[in-house]
Ligand binder design. Structure first.
Ligand code: SF4
Length: 361
């Protein structure tokens, strides 16, 4: 088996395709300053350094915590209360982020727990980031009426669009994307492909993301063909996390699950919520788990008490610095519970109970 075949065997093909597309399309955004910071940040990560001198190079910005659909395994769709007011992020907060760390940020994901296209100024936000030379990614259900916003988004310089559609017929699609319309999502995907073709351009790159459950497994191939027919660049069938219903066998029409054993985001990402709260990572949903609030003092955010403790959890040499009864949001995280060096410590700490980070089952 050659090295490439081995890599393909270990890493799902869809993921390789996606990583290659992301890497290639983000190259024009990389400056020497960003590259140098990335290397510094990765070196700190490799050495498990807790107190950081590097800046984050990925921004995850939840532009809204509202959604028009009711997908049951999404905490927003399931209407769980995060402790945050429902609303839209202030574009001024994003401007402050750009002023503070824009020259180090390579890419910005403008989504996490809400439907980003509901933000009335989403196109202006994309343009602002694009002009600051930051690669932009949006993930959406594309259930919005009218072509105006989509044309403005493409015109603003959006680089990568993930369309979440988990079914090839309305009957199957609506079992997960409750209150959603498949025909609208498809019509809008076509519009974006045509818009891109009209400009003779390649952006945004379009990815169709199909969350695989037992109820929609049989429509994966039909959806893959639809995506190809429309002109979508990447089709990914991904197992949905958490739900019993997503327990299907490896290789059954979906990508194998990649086992991640380390927390990367604690080093390289800044996760900004609608209310300007800074979360530890994109998996954390509740306000009470935030590390702090956004300010332009990025080192104060990065090296807050909670941030330092979280990174210390991943460094076996720092285990003695952890109080025996430590209370910390990351103590509920599966990644922390899978660290062999924390095995005894977690057993003896009464506050370290593994829980779902979004409050799911
Ligand atoms: S909750 Fe887990 S994934 Fe998130 S920052 Fe903490 S350790 Fe990392």
């Amino acid at each position: 088996m050659t090295a490439i075949t081995k890599a393909k065997h270990l890493i799902p093909a869809g993921l390789i395709h996606r990583a290659a597309a992301l890497a290639l399309t983000s190259v024009p955004y990389i400056t020497p300053t960003k590259l140098l910071n990335l290397v510094r940040c990765e070196a700190e990560k490799l050495r498990r350094i807790a107190r950081l001198r590097s800046f984050p190079y990925v921004a995850i910005i939840d532009v809204t915590n509202t959604c028009n659909l009711r997908c049951p395994y999404c905490p927003t769709g399931a209407r769980r209360d995060s402790g945050r007011k429902k609303g839209m992020i202030e574009p001024e907060t994003i401007k402050q982020l750009i002023d503070g760390v824009g020259k180090y940020i390579i890419s910005a994901n403008l989504f996490n727990w809400g439907e980003p296209l509901l933000h009335p100024q989403i196109a202006a936000i994309v343009r602002m980031l694009h002009e600051a030379r930051i690669f932009t990614v949006i993930s959406t259900n594309l259930n919005i009426a009218g072509s105006n916003l989509l044309n403005r988004l493409c015109g603003a310089g959006l680089d990568y669009l993930v369309v979440s559609v988990s079914g090839a017929s309305q009957e199957v699609y609506q079992q997960y994307h409750r209150q959603g319309r498949l025909d609208l999502a498809i019509k809008n995907t076509r519009l974006i492909v045509e818009n891109r073709r009209g400009k003779n351009g390649r952006r945004p790159v379009i990815e169709w993301k199909y969350l695989v459950f037992r109820h929609n497994l049989h429509e994966v191939e039909a959806a893959r063909n639809m995506a190809k027919d429309i002109g979508v660049d990447i089709f990914r069938a991904v197992r949905a996390g958490g739900a019993d219903e997503s327990e299907i066998k490896d290789g059954q029409a979906s990508e194998r699950k990649l086992r991640v054993r380390f927390c990367h985001q604690l080093w390289h990402a800044i996760v900004l919520n609608v209310d300007a709260g800074i979360a530890p990572c994109c998996f954390m949903f509740y306000k009470k788990d935030d590390f702090n609030n956004f300010s332009q003092d990025i080192f104060a955010i990065r090296n807050s008490e909670r941030g330092l403790t979280a990174r210390n959890l991943f460094n076996p040499s720092n285990i003695n610095s952890l109080p025996p009864d430590l209370q910390h949001p990351c103590l509920k995280c599966g990644l922390v519970h899978e660290q062999p060096h924390l095995h005894d410590y977690l057993k003896s700490n009464p506050n370290a109970r593994r829980e779902h980070r979004t409050g799911g089952a």
